[in-house]
Design a protein around this ligand. Sequence first.
Ligand code: RB5
Length: 148
Amino acid sequence: MKLIIGADHAGYKLKEIIKAHLQEKGYDIDDIGTFSEESVDYPDFAEKVASEVAGGRAELGILVCGTGIGVSIAANKISGIRAANCSTIFEARMARAHNNANVICVGSRVVGDAHAIAIVETFLTEKFEGGRHRRRLDKISEIERKWF
Ligand code: RB5
């Protein structure tokens, strides 16, 4: 599974931790930055990750900022992206099983490192359930077509 990860300065350290863990587990993961704690603007990194996923060049995306909120708002502006900001394992499970989310957002100032890893791993291993949830996602796509 091809993954893509990105973060702003607030998420940089946690991004490195998540990336190292996933590489150790054998995931193929591209890192689009940022590569230091120097202040940057999170929409730039959210757009890069989301556009790679929307374009089919990565299956799933991971975004980290201070809260996970900014990157999720930005990523969700890209057509075809369902970015879920998750601070619990339950949310990560539901984001895949019910919402077929294709980007997970994590807040480095919200969750601890070990918890963040568990959240991301849950997201990567859970499967979309389809069925009634597919109908609801089709409605989200209709909203996108109307408003984007
Ligand atoms: C950066 O200070 C912070 O605003 C950003 O990482 C994020 O939390 C925005 O939603």
